[in-house]
Design a protein around this ligand. Sequence first.
Ligand code: NAD
Length: 360
Amino acid sequence: MGQPLRIGVVGLGAISGAYLSTFERLDAVRPVAVADLDEARAKAVAKERGLRALTVDELVADPEVELVLNLTVPAAHAEIALKAIAAGKHVYGEKPLAATLDEARAVVEAGRLAGVRVGCAPDTVLGTGVQTARKAVDDGLIGAPVAATATMVTPGHERWHPDPDFYYRPGGGPLLDMGPYYVTALVTLLGPVASVVGAASRTRTTRTIGSGPRAGEVIPVEIDTHVTGVLRHESGALSTLVMSFDSVATRASNIEVHGQAGSLVVPDPNRFDGEVRIHPLDGEWEALPPSAGYRDAARGYGIADLAAAGARVPARANGELAYHVLDVMSSLLDAAEGGAAVEVASTCERPAAVPLSDLT
Ligand SMILES: NC(=O)c1ccc[n+]([C@@H]2O[C@H](COP(=O)([O-])OP(=O)(O)OC[C@H]3O[C@@H](n4cnc5c(N)ncnc54)[C@H](O)[C@@H]3O)[C@@H](O)[C@H]2O)c1
């Protein structure tokens, strides 16, 4: 294998540790520097992990950095990505690709013009959970796919996240926050989406932080917190989506896919593994052993997949896919607001299936 892809990480909050831990066990990628608006935080992480602490401007200009991993809050995703692309770096960001579709388009377009890679979370769909389900669909185990359901309900991330403000601002909300896992999984399973209908509601104008130093602080809610919709895939299959920060619990599967010859239960698309179950037309529920996807995958595998793909093969967790997913979600919010079906202007290639394998 060639040299590891050298990574500069911008944004060192709650999710950053998961990425840095993954990189410690992969040869394909190597973090070299970190940056955060909070300089003390950058210095602390740099010291703990043996990396260099830089400012954001220094990091994107650093000759050692080949790819900028953007783990900032959604409102800063485009700004950091555009800065890194302008400096000639590949970029990979946390989801969503950007807080708005216009910003996301600017990122994908800038990456294309600069000839650099634009990658984006989620990479959970590269694990054995969603990939085993995809293989079952592709192998015809449920016959022609007809429909899917995707359900994510929680009372709200302010109960556990110490700085949950961004979840309740534009770019946040249950759909833009958790939808990327579900919509990316649905596109992986059933292909791109042609049109959507939707409805959404907002139960409260404020939320109260439940943990950390700011516990008890009241924050404003600027977005809809219960979003439902139907996605019409280009194939004709219909996916029904429920994404809520306003519900306590559910016994519905995270995702189910229904075909003429069987039904599939797909595990949590916010995780990399989990059991896939199938119910053939003339049978009972049974578990499918993992048959596809990266084993032991974790956050950061999308970047290792990009590094392993080399320059000519499209990376699986790529910007076009993330743009289409964001387009589907913003079209759904538009449909909910306007009360009519909305055509999704973009499309994307269904990313290549992942054979059952290990990344090193
Ligand atoms: N927290 C999770 O469990 C989780 C899981 C998966 C994905 N994500 C995604 O990861 C991203 C980050 O989430 P988080 O929970 O780690 O957020 P966080 O608020 O804990 O951390 C964000 C960090 O980015 C820094 N930052 C913000 N703007 C910046 C800028 N302009 N320049 C430099 N640094 C900046 C902040 O100082 C902070 O340290 C979000 O897009 C979120 O959707 C979070």
